[in-house]
Write a protein that binds this ligand. Sequence first.
Ligand SMILES: C[S@@+](CC[C@H](N)C(=O)[O-])C[C@H]1O[C@@H](n2cnc3c(N)ncnc32)[C@H](O)[C@@H]1O
Length: 388
Amino acid sequence: MGWSDILSAINFNHCDHDVSSNATKLFSALPEAAESVNLGFLEFFAGSGLVGTALAPRFNLLWANDICPKKADVFRANHGSGTFHLASIASINGRELPTAFLSWASFPCQDLSLAGKSAGIHASRSGLVWEWLRVMNEMPARPPVLVAENVVGLVAWNSGSQYRQLHGAMAERGYRVGAFVLDAIRWLPQSRPRIFVVAVHKTAPLPSELLDRGPNWLHSKAVTKAAQGLDDWLWWKMPEPGPRGLSLSDIVDWNAPCLDEATAKKTLALVPEEHMRRLQKSGLKAVPGYKRTRNGRQVLELRFDGVAGCLRTPQGGSSRQFLAIRRGGGWQVRLLTVKETARLMGAPETYRLPGKYNDGYKAMGDAVAVPAVAYLAEHILWKLATAI
Ligand SMILES: C[S@@+](CC[C@H](N)C(=O)[O-])C[C@H]1O[C@@H](n2cnc3c(N)ncnc32)[C@H](O)[C@@H]1O
């Protein structure tokens, strides 16, 4: 019996969504879309919809939600409105959701971020993961595969104590679970390590080729530590990706206007002396950097390894990323454009980002990098889906 048989054998009242037209729009936006199969996914905390974009070539988007109206605009501009629900997860009733193969939750990270004042996995924002599991409980037929995605703080914080609670809750629900790190830097010129927690129900087939006997390139020290002694733990295995094809120069919009001379001068004056020396000597054409406060003083710290720092939610000037651009004999400076943030996330060139500068930047700063999700989809999720 295949997945579609298993799922169709489950008696369930479907929601009245027009799935096919949205799926078609999505597939036609992606040039390398594989032939669609009838394996549906639910996208919780969907934000601007990049997870859906990455999964769409192999899976059908059945239903998505997010609470943010501006992100909803981005989602709808790219995926249509038929599947999207602008609503808090707290108001979602699992009994009303369509039966699906996969449920994906990129739940809020603010309470797990190592940079922030971490309040933990039971705090008001990251604690919404429990609402997701509540919705899963309510579904008459639980999806056989669950994926939760978050920042590395989920496993790194307090020797994995936060992750272990999530793991235990999934295991109690009958899933075998493993977590690993995928960093977008493998595919894109952006450092963006993220934790992916992939759970498979015990009744579902689990091909042995997907499993390792212990840690591999996917498992950081923090993951390995968090996994110690856990029941129902899986060491997921995927081939290691080849060298990255894209460089920072590939994502730069060389025609974008830079800051006026006076503002550029003031901004470049914030670059520490040592960084300024390296900038002058470097053969680089574009160098990214963030403003930070060091010893009570604001500085613009640059990085010279040819990749951008992790895009963040823009909350004030310091959280938006700058680019120093070589022009003639000197350097000009500007913020990343929204187009560049989309490229740094691996969004298709056709991806629409309606709204103001900060809306587009925020949509991308909160999103999940497309190639990381696509890699997981190709090497694990699709193999699970076709295992029978
Ligand atoms: C890490 S982001 C997910 C981004 C998304 N996966 C993407 O690729 O754009 C977390 C999302 O949770 C949403 N969110 C926060 N509270 C929520 C709630 N109560 N119900 C539904 N969504 C919520 C935020 O608006 C945000 O888009």
